[in-house]
Design a protein around this ligand. Sequence first.
Ligand SMILES: Nc1nc2c(ncn2[C@@H]2O[C@H](COP(=O)(O)OP(=O)(O)OP(=O)(O)O)[C@@H](O)[C@H]2O)c(=O)[nH]1
Length: 295
Amino acid sequence: MGQRMNRSREKRPEDWSSPSVAKESPGPRFSLFDQEEALLAHAEEMVGKLDQVADGVRALADAYRQSYRSQTRLLRMSDRMQLDLQQANQKLEAQAESLRTLNEALEKEVQARETLAEELHRLAMMDDLTGVYSRRQVLEVGERELARRRRQGLTPLTLLMMDLDHFKRINDKYGHAAGDTVLVAFSEVLRRNLRESDAVGRLGGEEFLAVLPDVDLQGGLALAERIRSEIAELRIPWQEEAIRLTVSIGVAGILAVHESLDDTIMRADDALYQAKVAGRNRVTVAGSGAQGPEG
Ligand SMILES: Nc1nc2c(ncn2[C@@H]2O[C@H](COP(=O)(O)OP(=O)(O)OP(=O)(O)O)[C@@H](O)[C@H]2O)c(=O)[nH]1
């Protein structure tokens, strides 16, 4: 007990022996010590608690510092990411732009190729000078019509083989350009006289073939005669002159279901030859006599 008292006394500051404490504790001297001890213990406890609070504040400050640091780091990262995203976006926009340009160029290229293919197809189908079908196309139409006729039964089909008379003389007298103009004028007469369902093509030079579906021999003959007479009356202005021309025509109708287009063309060609031999400017029906301007 003596030791405890001495230690308490050593630790006790001067003002702790204030009269108020002494007044409130009028009991024997050792009970004052008890109170002082209690106060000291309480103070120590308070100091301990304050230490704890300080530790807590330090921990909070540390946590705050750490969270602040990580927030700053996150902010920096987010800034960097935003910059990266902006750059990536710019790159993507540039790529999209060049893709658009490439696409437009490709579309133009495809369009040019389509136009070229159409032009090639048209060239293959049409005769460049006269605008009537090419040899290939008119023969194709003939084959198609023949096949249709075989499928549907014996509907008539008539061919006209036409050849301008002494065309070489026109070329020789007026020149090749005049000859071309004559070929164009002849084609216009054909177009005027044929129906939409008919097809006419230039086989070569001054020779033309007309395919007349659903037209019988009589109808073909009448049409051929109309063409012949219109051509004979035609005057084609050329420089100071007027070019005159005539045409010979061979007419042939499909004979039987099995007859080929080539065979019918051959018979029409024979009829044309007969018209030429008989004096030109006339229509001849295959397997019959020639019909001249006089009928
Ligand atoms: N201007 C022109 N002439 C052509 C064309 N194609 C062929 N010819 C010419 O047509 C002429 C045909 O002559 P020929 O085969 O002797 O026939 P033709 O003079 O009409 O005599 P016939 O048929 O017997 O009445 C040739 O002189 C060819 O050079 C062409 O596209 N334009």
